[in-house]
Design a protein around this ligand. Sequence first.
Ligand SMILES: Cc1ncc(COP(=O)(O)O)c(C=O)c1O
Length: 441
Amino acid sequence: MATAKKIDKKHITGGETDGGITSSYATKDGVKLKVPYSFMGTIYGKEEEEAVLAAMKQDTLTMGPKTAEFQKKFAAMCGVKHAFAVSNCTTGMHVCTQLFDIKKGDEVIVTPNTFIATSLVILKEGAIPVYADIDPKTFNIDPKEVAKKVTSKTKAIYVVHYAGLMVDMDPIMEIAKKHNLLVLEDCAHAPYAEYKGRKAGSIGDVGVFSFHSLKNITTCGEGGMITTNNDKFAKGIEMLRCMNLTHERDAGVNEWKFGKITCKKTSPLEYWLPSHFDVNDWNGHWGNNYRMNEIQAAVGCVQLDKIDMLTEKRREIGHKITAGLKGIKGITPVFEPKECKHVFHLYTVCVEEKELGASRDQFMKVLYEEEGIQTILHYQPTYHFTGLQKMGYDPDQCQNANMFFYKREMNLPMHPRLTDADVENMINGIRNAAEKVRTKK
Ligand SMILES: Cc1ncc(COP(=O)(O)O)c(C=O)c1O
């Protein structure tokens, strides 16, 4: 996307704010951090501040002109026909689950390597998440494993573009076509990511994005967007997002019944007409209030103007880390297949225990305590959570996902404000920690 406006880059170079660590990752254990997992202060610049103030002065504070603009810009960025702003990615995926008419007893094939939200929306509708294992190289759901999990009860496939690298979508869409399944792309990590020249959120039946505080772009800490090319789905999304309200007076009819009243459309419209709206179910599902407000949408528009620059910064940092980690025995940097554009929401390094001669946990501890590099883990396989264990899920079912979380992965600090010195510190820290754990043995 072209960044037409001149953008103030100060906010990504840091140093101009005095906030605390922008997340719950702050620690008070006396360890002197060289590179904390998260960054200090606001990510916003003057442009967002001005957009917020302008939106606050509007008559309409929700679902107004800024929401319409944000949706239009977002759809253009993704190369899709429709985009609908929602309160967050979880509510957006809930809308889509209702839209897909997923109900009690239906099965949805999903990755275990994701935030709970991806399964939660399936569970909320009484359906059953069925886990397909991940590819150990990309950490994304493996299409071969998906194919094995299809049954007569399967209704949909929910994929997650983990860390900002898109899933191998062609075979997923082939499986879906063969078995008449719907596909949801959880794009929480992947705005602006590409697979064979196509953007995240433009390949499945729907795509759903998150603008949570730590995501690649954010709308004041919460927010989401649903994308689709399907006109019928577009109508359903619009209805389910906002109570499933219908406005008969706008529907081109001259007379309609509402409760006990027969209403007539007159010209000009008589303002006292009692039926402002009607409410119905959508295919047996009740609507929701999952709207986004105008202030968030105004910030979203500015963030979209910056998405090209913010993504390039992440990619530049990601590629520097990858180059710096090459050749460190036992440490596997990020894999970026040729057909994909990774947007580095996370930078996931893997520790290969046998080659390193020490466990991931030993390595991570030395990296943190002695080298001052703070790393975190994403994600515990969803079926390991207590609520799902109570449902009887086999804890050993996806070996790659289990190995990934408990033995291999760790996420390095990754955000556009990392400086060259931070990147150098991370690379040196990893090299030193690898040496230390090897010789400690
Ligand atoms: C992969 C994934 N899916 C869904 C979500 C939920 O997003 P939100 O907080 O906007 O509901 C997240 C948030 O962290 C996520 O990482």
